[in-house]
Design a protein around this ligand. Structure first.
Ligand code: XUL
Ligand code: CO
Length: 441
């Protein structure tokens, strides 16, 4: 069912349906078939696809070399609340037509921030009343909310890591309101992306003090959220740099160490983003493996970088190989813990037709669906798992097993090595593994 306000923003585009890979209708899914079972679960539930409010309904295509190219009709009214309501109408029309179940937002994506904190709070209350009604009428859900504590000039030196306590307190107030809004809208998770939690220069930075502040601040936010009855998961979204030269939430491994250091590991997991992984010099699969190894694979921000440059281009996913590798880890980890796949991706600046937003999300969803199907086949029907397991077979019996069980001491290794003689080389078979993946793609 499509629920529209008085105004239709995406005219001429109806509900997007699954038509299968034989279809040549650009406005249809070729692989994403929401009810189709993969590994015993419908695709819809595996993915929990979400639309990112900021890119899809706030982004204008502006870049450092020129102004925006996308003129959104919902931005027309000068009254911020009226503009916020129209934006919500457009968002709900789009997401409903697309057939996704979720959205994600920053506080001031929903409505423009006011001049004072008190007036901003009031605006957030009013716009969230309106959005709550739309959620109830449409059945759309909130995957996660977050606060934008990086755009306003007050945050130029960071939010929770700001050297000025007054700014830290201001960030606390803002995140309290964002959490309140998330809870009010039934948000399933809450995300922290510390855009400016890092430094531009170590010369003027007390790194240890800033890390301690961040750890304490996140613990306070967690305690507040839990006291308000929030049952969802808190996520940290790692990113190594941009906008700062160095960000404390550098990558999955760094964040996991940080969470454990500050006693946050039971309430926090990771929201991993493809283009952040590549900025950190990793692959998305690497970041997912690290998170999964610690039981912290919480959610995914889906996008991709450009292979010819080194910044956060936030393009829609379309690389089957990259996403297939990620889906291998996804399936082996038993999926995501609490989160979903949020398209934190934006149209190119010269993609200016209203239908382009549909095409982009359709392509992204199809890339994930196709990759999931391939990954399922690789795991179920190919020798992949067996080949990998065989590399470790020396730990499945005898002294190897005793080692894993903690039954050997260091001197035992010495005696074993003395007795075993020359060990033959074991091939890692990397090319065999690579060929196998391509065979199934
Ligand atoms: C920035 C980024 C953010 C977070 C939410 O690179 O990914 O949009 O996802 O603040
Ligand atoms: Co993101």
């Amino acid at each position: 069912m499509i629920l529209l306000g008085d105004k239709e923003f995406f005219k001429g585009i109806g509900a997007i349906r699954y038509e299968g890979k034989g279809s040549d209708n650009p406005l249809a899914f070729k692989y994403y078939n929401p009810e189709q079972l993969v590994a015993g679960k419908p695709m819809r539930e595996h993915f929990k696809f979400a639309v990112a409010y900021w890119h899809s309904f706030c982004g204008t295509g502006s870049d450092p070399f020129g102004p925006g190219t996308l003129v959104h009709p919902w931005d027309a009214p000068s009254d911020p609340l009226e503009a916020g309501r129209l934006k919500a109408d457009a968002a709900f029309e789009f997401i409903t037509k697309l057939g996704f179940d979720y959205f994600c937002f920053h506080d001031f994506d929903l409505v423009q921030e006011a001049d004072t904190l008190a007036a901003s709070e009031q605006r957030l209350q009013q716009i969230s009343d309106y959005i709550l009604k739309k959620m109830q009428a449409s059945g759309l859900k909130l995957l996660w909310g977050t606060a934008n504590c990086f755009s306003h000039p007050r945050y130029m030196n960071g939010a929770a890591t700001n050297p000025d306590f007054r700014i830290l307190a201001r960030a606390g107030a803002q995140i309290k309101l964002a959490l309140d809004t998330t809870i009010k809208l039934g948000g399933e998770n809450y995300v922290f992306w510390g855009g400016r939690e890092g430094y531009m220069s170590l010369l003027n930075t007390n790194l240890k003090r800033e890390l301690d502040h961040l750890g304490r601040f996140l613990g306070m936010a967690r305690d507040y959220g839990r006291a308000q009855g929030f049952k969802g998961t808190f996520f940290i979204e790692p990113k190594p740099m941009e906008p700062m030269k160095h960000q404390y939430d550098y990558d999955a491994a760094t964040v996991i160490g940080f969470l454990k250091q500050y006693g946050l590991q039971d309430d926090f997991k990771l929201n991993l983003e493809v283009n952040h992984a590549t900025l950190a010099g990793h692959s998305m699969q690497h970041e997912m493996e690290v998170a999964a190894a610690h039981g912290m694979l919480g959610s995914i921000d889906a996008n991709r970088g450009d292979y010819q440059n080194g910044w956060d281009t936030d393009q829609f996913p379309n690389n089957i190989n990259e996403v297939t590798l990620a889906m291998l880890t996804f399936l082996e980890a038993g999926g995501l813990q609490g989160g979903g796949i949020n398209f934190d991706a934006k149209l190119r600046r010269n993609s200016t037709d209203p239908e382009d937003l549909f095409l982009a999300h359709i392509g992204g969803a199809d890339t994930f669906a196709r990759a999931l199907l391939i990954a399922e086949k690789i795991l179920d029907s190919s020798p992949y798992r067996v080949l990998r397991k065989e590399r470790y077979q020396s730990y499945d019996w005898g002294k190897g097993r005793e080692f894993e069980a903690g039954e050997l001491d260091f001197k035992d290794l010495y005696h074993i090595a003395m007795e075993q003689g020359k060990v033959p080389l074991q091939s890692g078979k990397q090319e065999l593994f690579e060929n196998l993946i391509n065979q199934y793609i």
